[in-house]
Write a protein that binds this ligand. Structure first.
Ligand SMILES: [Zn+2]
Ligand SMILES: [Zn+2]
Length: 108
């Protein structure tokens, strides 16, 4: 199944839906860039933008060194990811990127 690359000019809204994480997990790819830095390549489940999201070391380390909110027997870690698309979204606060969508990303 291919995801259409058309961008939806939805109004900016900070929102998450359970299906975002599911949708992204089905279609994303995760590249290990340098050391503990990762780049998540995916399509925003809300606005449809093609995204390259850098998961920097501090984020990743914070996720792995602080006590996990939900200890997971598989050792998977979750980091919060949000849309960083640069297209227009009505009502977006100055200096922000994205459409406001965010979701948890599972790093195994
Ligand atoms: Zn967008
Ligand atoms: Zn988006």
């Amino acid at each position: 199944m291919s995801t259409p690359l058309s961008h939806q000019p939805v109004p900016y809204q900070e929102i998450t839906e359970p299906y975002y994480a599911v949708e992204v997990a089905r279609t994303h790819s995760l590249d290990q860039a340098y050391g503990d830095d990762y780049v998540l390549i995916c399509t925003c489940p809300r606005c449809g933008a093609a995204l390259d999201i850098e998961l920097f070391d501090p984020v990743y380390k914070a996720a792995s060194t602080s006590a996990p909110p939900n200890p997971n027997p598989t050792g998977a870690r979750e980091v919060p990811v949000s849309c960083v698309c640069r297209s227009e979204h009505d009502g977006r606060p100055e200096g922000r990127t994205g459409c406001g969508a965010y979701w948890p990303l599972e790093l195994s």
